[in-house]
Design a protein around this ligand. Structure first.
Ligand code: ATP
Ligand code: MG
Length: 489
């Protein structure tokens, strides 16, 4: 038996120690062992043991056990969220599968080797005993880690037939680790792809999200397409294959979507942006028309068709309502006119209203993905910065008498007749407040307004005009500062 030293947190070692002191075996297993061998940080720590659930519970102060797989959550004293609860599962032996989803029954075993045999991939089927350093690697997982391949434990077709989700897991794990899928395993996926139909959309969604959030979603979706499983995840994407675009584009719609998505991943952008990038032109195949006049393809209204299709796709994948709303609206408005030399501030305001102030930045990022996805080399940083500066300008509260802690109706209540004098008084007050913001209190402004009301028209108008000019200067200065912030001056 092999023995190696891997770095395991003391809380986990203590847990294994306690199981051993109780007379049981205890191994780390699955993703955490794989990640330790790869020198990656494990996402969570899974322990497997020959103790039964009740025996595990008896050994620890605080546990919970509320599932059908025998997994007991052991609560530790750790501050680290990944260590607060460590899952301990009895060795399991898989019963028969009759529905391509889950075993008909869960049976416990006394033998670690049974447990490793039921696991999906060789790299996920290595057990490690942290106390002694003993490794149990019956399926050559370490060899496959070295070769960087994903291969099923035992016969691929049988394993995919037991649980069809494993096919999507293979693609997901290959995207996360940058591993290839071994040829026999690939062939097993091709032969069993249709079984994915039987998997719940929630489980498909969880794997898809992990694919999208991985560093290599483009490659993963290409592989999924080649292996024939993409059509059971988002069938509409297959329709985009071979759909040529107009002369501005080098790629078909499918490749353009994947490249846009990949840029969002390269930038580390959110799931919302990644979904929007992946689906933003999904309406193009259905809206493509040949224009005799232009001698080119047109896609009028594809963003409207696409938004509707995206809503259906995301609903079908059980993506949350809130996220769906955001993604659909990003797709609906992704064609916004953005030439900063021609666009007006009010057009920018309209876009912000359409997509919502909280999402305008995402819309701009989606535009960046779209551009990069056409294969054009640059992000056009200057024009984009200029547009962003206009967005900031449109969202800013302008400097105006509305900032004052007094308004026209209050001044009328103080005894001033309605008329131009009200505006002059307000602007005179504004000038004082711009000089000294501390003066912006109801108390001060009321008493100062009373004094101004004593002035004759000529004197008051002069002060008022001064105030207006000052307002304009300050407002321009603010806009100027914004432009400097975006380096567009
Ligand atoms: P990560 O922790 O990065 O998500 P993981 O490999 O730990 O990766 P989990 O979903 O946490 O993935 O599963 C833990 C372990 O359980 C896997 O490493 C694998 O050994 C086993 N496993 C999970 N899902 C399946 C499945 N559908 N069929 C067989 N074994 C599985
Ligand atoms: Mg895990």
């Amino acid at each position: 038996m092999d023995s190696v030293k891997l770095t395991v947190p003391p809380e986990v070692v203590a847990l294994c120690d306690a199981l051993r002191a109780g007379g049981f075996e205890a191994y780390l297993v699955g993703g955490c062992v794989r990640d330790l061998l790869l020198l990656r940080e494990p996402k969570d720590w899974d322990i497997t043991t020959n103790a039964k659930p009740e025996q595990i519970q008896a050994l620890f102060k605080e546990t919970f056990y509320e599932n059908e797989f025998g997994t007991v959550g052991v609560v530790t004293e750790s501050e680290d969220p990944r260590l607060k609860v460590v899952e301990v599962t009895p060795y399991r032996i898989e019963g028969k599968y009759s529905n391509a989803r889950h075993p008909d029954e869960v049976r416990f075993s006394d033998n670690i080797e049974d447990d490793l045999k039921r696991r999906d991939f060789t790299i996920n089927a290595i057990a490690y005993e942290p106390v002694t350093g003993k490794l149990v690697d019956k399926h050559d997982g370490r060899r496959d880690i070295k070769r960087r391949v994903i291969a099923t434990v035992r016969n691929p077709a049988e394993r995919f037939n037991e649980d069809a989700l494993r096919m999507l897991r293979a693609v997901r794990i290959s995207a996360e680790l940058d591993f290839a899928i071994e040829s026999g395993t690939s062939a097993g996926i091709v032969a069993n792809a249709k079984q994915l139909e039987k998997i719940s959309r929630e489980r498909v969604r969880d794997e898809l999200i992990r694919i999208l959030m991985s560093p290599r979603p483009m490659q993963a979706l290409y592989v999924a397409q080649k292996l024939g499983i993409l059509r059971y995840v988002i069938p509409e994407l297959e329709e985009a294959i071979g759909i040529d675009q107009n002369q501005a584009h080098s790629f078909d719609v499918f490749e353009h979507l994947l490249r846009s998505l990949q840029h969002a991943a390269d930038k580390g952008w959110s799931l919302e942006i990644r979904l929007a990038a992946l689906l933003h032109d999904i309406g193009k195949p259905a809206s493509r028309r040949w224009s005799e006049e232009k001698k080119d393809w047109t896609f009028h209204g594809h963003e409207v068709v696409g938004a509707r299709m995206a809503r259906k796709i995301l609903n079908d994948l059980r993506i949350s309502g809130e996220m769906t709303t955001t993604v659909v609206s990003l797709i609906r408005w992704h064609m916004f006119f953005s030439d900063p030399d021609e666009v007006t501030l009010s057009a920018v305001r309209r876009i912000i209203t359409n997509v919502g102030t909280g999402h305008i930045k995402e819309l701009l990022n989606l535009r960046i993905c779209d551009r990069i996805g056409t294969g054009r080399p640059k992000e056009q940083p200057f024009r984009l910065r200029k547009y962003m500066s206009m967005v900031d300008e449109a969202m800013r509260d302008p400097i105006s008498v509305a900032m004052l802690k007094i308004d026209g109706s209050r001044i009328i209540k103080l005894g001033q007749e309605a008329g131009p004098r009200i505006g002059w008084i307000l602007h005179a007050l504004l000038e004082e407040v711009l000089d000294d913001p501390k003066k912006n209190t109801e108390e001060y402004l009321e008493s100062r307004a009373r004094e101004l009301m004593e002035l004759d028209n000529e004197q008051l108008q002069t002060l008022g005009e001064q105030g207006k000019n000052r307002r304009e200067e300050e407002d321009n200065a603010e806009v100027q500062k914004l432009r400097e912030k975006h380096h567009v001056n």
